[in-house]
Design a protein around this ligand. Sequence first.
Ligand code: NDP
Length: 244
Amino acid sequence: MTMSVVSGGTRGIGQALSLRLAALGHQVVALYRGDENAAQQTVRAGDGRIEALRCDVTRPDEIRSVCARITAEHGAPGVLVNNAGVNRDRPFLAMTGEDWDTVLATNLSGPFRLSRALAPAMAAAGGGSIVNVASTTAIRPRADGANYCASKAGLLQLTKCMALELAPHIRVNALLPGFTDTQEVTERYRLDEPSRRAAVLETIPERRLGTVADIADALEFLVTARSGYVTGQQLIVDGGHFMG
Ligand code: NDP
């Protein structure tokens, strides 16, 4: 049975990814930072296949101990999904060092540290697939997100470097969601206001927000043998909002 690790795996997109992997028959360790309710709800929904472990990906000590525990109790993962991410949006001239440090530590250093901790065991056990959840704003900038866009752009290059060095054992790809219907996005863009929602939909050729299931479908491709010859790539799932 494949064992999978999903960071930020108990809420929003990450929860959907954990549940999809469980539905594929994987044993899933869903890492979370602090939302106990979401963690318990995800475990219940996982029907015995999901375990939630607390791990703040900005804390190297927590990453070390949780990865040691995972490999001791379950062996090497076959899949690692670096999904945990945060926004601290602010105009560039008002952005603080802390805004910058928090976002870079979570969105870029987190995937580095988790991958660095788990990849040796993955490779030794015969390999697997790492998926880094980036964003279309890694490629196209947006206002008030210098920290976020830079972190996700860095994650794209990290993805390619890892793909280069971890081949032929571990495939490493980036999954780039566009506007995806999560509570975080609805609140940040105030999408429950009909006029604001309509204005966003106007910019998306498919005329709808992405669903977490759309992102899980793309993940399913990237972690199964159907993408066995795909590594170092960027899979954009955004209804045509950004076409490169
Ligand atoms: P949410 O805010 O709903 O979920 C974020 C998740 O990341 C939570 O599970 C949270 O854990 C976890 N997390 C945050 N900081 C840390 C940390 N320091 N250590 C461990 N876990 C942490 O976000 P989404 O589901 O919307 O986004 C998921 C990913 O997709 C992110 O990487 C985001 O950048 C990316 N993305 C999302 C888009 C969207 O439209 N939704 C668009 C493009 C990219 P906890 O619940 O415990 O706090």
